[in-house]
Design a protein around this ligand. Structure first.
Ligand code: HEM
Length: 462
């Protein structure tokens, strides 16, 4: 084992490192990995704490399997959550984190998740029936509408109505800032968060957050005044839960957790779906192969068959590999002296599993910048080589739900509609707050209906 040390990293001015990180994070990470390998240190403002970026599968395995007592995420790891709040699952640690995960896991898995199949299909139809022959539309906007309504139903047990339309508008606006770089700078430097009125970046953020809070608190109040024990949505579950002292969750705790699920489950799935449509309609051979597979599922394929379709699975996997919406996992704070990949790390050091760089390792994914779903048919990757949903005690709680939704939406849309891209713009990933979205909404148009226009049949078991 080496002496106490840190992995190498750029020696340039720390502000310059921070500037590059804010303005072109993915390019900067690629430059660093070329120079310093698959474990390197960056010191980013304003604290300049060493942050170790890891894209080495063995080291990622160590990170994901280390006891959270020694290495964990949460607010202590520097996760600043001005939108989601301090009670968000993302910010919690230790026992409270474990307890909250246990509560939130069942509604997003198994039978409870499969029960959303019909809803996903209905919502997809509602949204896509608005498409008009030949008229260009933004795929990202359509996918945002679908994924928002789906997650709203799962979380609140409700959809539509003026309150929810307003919430949808606000969430889309707050998650897609007009000036993403300014937002990124404000998130990194809390002292820049100054409210100069609703036209200023931070003032506008605060105003939207306040409007979102009003809607969520109104919903919580309504539920408290009209309790309905037959409801099985996540809000009802959280309202019924009691901690060890027999206390229910407070309104602020409920608000933070609800918003976390809405935000974490909405834009991530919508952007991933928009990427999938982009690739499928940019590469005719991929589209042909996928349609052949979907058509072979028969007249009325059931959701089980869709979930198990190998090429559809490969297309989703490759979409999440190439431009993962979470380019890196949550920061993990070293809490006790720890050795990772031969480096002795001191408490206070931050370790970040770098999903984007791992997914672009040429030894694992040759021609990594190309969209090639076949790589997932030819080879199996370990959870430390392929990690779009992170791993360990922080692995995405919505993973199964997101994959289920992606596959059902893709199968329904592709079986029903003939689409083509309405422009030939190259779309690239750009930072949008915590996640990486698309630089463009992906303009497409309908060129016809497909004959195999069948709904996906509901299923009960996988
Ligand atoms: C394609 C869609 C999605 C992607 C790519 C994605 C990715 C991720 C990643 C990378 C993490 C961090 C894991 C880590 O650091 O190890 C995460 C955490 C999380 N995700 Fe997702 N996610 C998606 C959809 C969803 C959905 C649908 C939900 C909820 C309905 C959700 C809820 C969460 C929550 C609550 C956490 C925090 C977990 C914790 O701290 O324990 N995500 N997600």
């Amino acid at each position: 084992m080496s002496a106490l040390n840190l992995p190498k990293g750029p020696q340039t001015n720390l502000w310059l490192q921070t500037f590059k990180w804010v303005t072109s994070p993915l390019e900067y990470l690629e430059t660093c990995t070329k120079s310093y390998g698959d474990i390197f240190t960056l010191r980013l403002g304003p604290t300049f704490t060493p942050r170790i970026f890891v894209s080495n599968p063995q080291a990622i395995q160590q990170i994901f399997t280390t006891d959270p007592k020694y290495l964990d995420s949460g607010t202590a790891a520097g996760l600043d959550l001005p939108l989601l709040g301090q009670n968000s699952l993302l910010g919690l640690e230790g026992k409270p984190h474990q307890r909250q995960r246990k509560l939130l896991t069942p509604p997003l898995h198994g039978e409870r998740m499969l029960a959303y199949g019909e809803l996903i299909r209905d919502i997809t139809e509602q949204v896509t029936n608005q498409w008009q022959d030949g008229k260009p539309f933004s795929v990202l906007s359509s996918m945002q509408a679908i994924s928002f309504r789906v997650i709203l139903k799962a979380v609140f047990g409700l959809e539509d109505g003026p309150r929810y339309q307003k919430l949808e508008e606000l969430l889309i606006a707050i998650l897609n800032p007009k000036r993403p770089v300014v937002r990124a700078i404000m998130f990194l430097f809390p002292f820049l968060r100054q409210d100069f009125g609703p036209r200023s970046s931070w003032g506008n953020f605060l105003l939207m957050r306040q409007q979102i809070d009003e809607i969520i608190y109104a919903e919580i109040q309504e539920r408290r005044s009209q309790p309905d024990s037959s409801k099985t949505d996540i809000l009802s579950l959280m309202m019924a839960a009691r901690d060890e002292a027999g206390e229910p969750m407070t309104d602020v705790e409920l608000r933070d957790e609800l918003l976390t699920l809405l935000v974490a489950g909405h834009e991530t799935t919508a952007s991933s779906l928009a990427w999938a449509f982009y690739w499928i309609h940019s590469l005719p051979q991929v589209r042909e192969k996928l349609l052949q597979e979907l058509d072979s599922l028969g007249e009325i394929p059931d959701a089980n068959a869709v979930l198990r379709s190998p090429y559809l699975n490969a297309v989703c996997s490759e979409t999440l590999r190439l431009y993962p919406v979470a380019a890196f996992g949550l920061s993990r704070l070293v809490k006790a002296p720890l050795e990772i990949a031969g480096y002795n790390l001191e408490p206070g050091t931050v370790v970040i599993p770098c999903i984007y760089l791992t997914h672009h390792r040429e030894d694992l994914y040759p021609n990594s910048k190309q969209f090639q779903p076949e790589r997932f048919l030819e080879r199996q990757f370990t959870p430390y080589e392929y990690l779009p949903f992170g791993g360990g005690n922080r692995r995405c709680i919505g993973m199964a739900f997101a994959l289920f939704e992606m596959k059902l939406v893709l199968a329904n849309v592709l079986s029903s509609w003939q689409l083509e891209r309405a422009d030939s713009n190259q779309v690239l990933p750009i930072r949008k707050g915590l996640i990486f979205g698309l630089s463009d909404g992906v303009q497409m148009r309908v060129t016809g209906k497909r004959s195999q226009n069948q709904p996906i049949r509901q299923t009960t078991a996988v």
